[in-house]
Design a protein. Sequence first.
Length: 349
Amino acid sequence: MSDVNLDGAIATDALIVGAGPAGLFQIFELGLLGIKAHIVDSLKAPGGQCTELYPDKPIYDIPALPICGAQELVDRLVQQAKPFGAEYHLGQEVSVVKPLPDQAFYVETSVGTRFVARTVIIAAGVGSFQPRKLGAEGSEGFEGSHIHYKVQNAAAYHGKDLVIFGGGDSALDWVLDFAGKAKSVTLVHRRAEFRGAPASATKAMQLVAAGKIRFVEGVAEAVLAEGSTFKGVRIKGNDSALTELSADQLLVFFGLHPKLGPIAEWGLGIDKRAILVDTEKFQTNIPGIFAVGDINTYPGKKKLILSGFHEAALAAFAVAGLLNPNKKVHLQYTTTSPVMQKRLGVGGA
Ligand code: FAD
């Protein structure tokens, strides 16, 4: 392939896209069959929807666990997969998957990590989580320079006039963190009730009462600019009153929403934002690319964690068959197989 540079790319038998419950269990199932994986996720921590959307909620339909916290489930899956030494590449989105000759794929991430993978297992859930945008008139030109959706280097905001948007924990935590360090902090939320921890909301309102920070109820209507120079933001209140806030930087914490993202461009059969697979191998229309968990679809599909577990087990057998076409993949029990127990590090041969 002329348009990709394979020099220095990481060679792997299996590359898993997505570290939600399905991707994490995929590491385990591949590991039992002696296959080491690399796993990539656009989020900074493994866990997918469980960690990102409902870490503290209890789950009641995981077999043999009558009740299990969502984050607890993720922690258990990470621990269970640990013996197989998968390498995690977090905080980077898989942007490119291209077939190479001789049953391999070129895979590239948003930060330039490159792989040559013999098989790819897509466990991308409902897609990449993307930050909800500010959506104010004129904001596009200032995204990344003056409008930010995460704090990469907190010190860079010290001594600046900041406007922080949102009513959840991220917005409140950063308001409390920057109060006293930034030149000024203004919190903007569409109403006076907050989704974040009540203690944080109370602290923030105490700072407002003490005149240390400002609170404005409303939504961003337009960015204020003089030519290409960023000046601040105009807020429209619930009573339609307009407030102009001078600012150096805007920090926006409206949460994340899922997007299929680059997966749509990899030549896979897709139906209603999900990847079509067979139910024997959970293989896509491209041999060597599999899809497990919420991202796939087939007749009767149910988007449940336990479906992803089953799919990961069968996909692992298919991956093993593809990597070693001349070797039969035998079913073995972890209770009795010395080979599997050795791989698990629990004794055996
Ligand atoms: P996800 O958990 O969505 O993980 C996919 C991961 O892939 C994400 O981390 C994402 O960042 C990553 N990703 C996507 N695209 C890329 C890319 N291009 N590059 C890199 N990374 C990428 N299910 C149950 O069985 N029982 C329940 O009780 C239950 N309760 C739920 C409660 C709530 C509030 C919600 C929202 C869901 C619930 N679910 C429940 C559903 C369950 O969470 C999902 O079925 C499960 O998370 C799917 O796992 P997954 O690994 O397929 O995908």
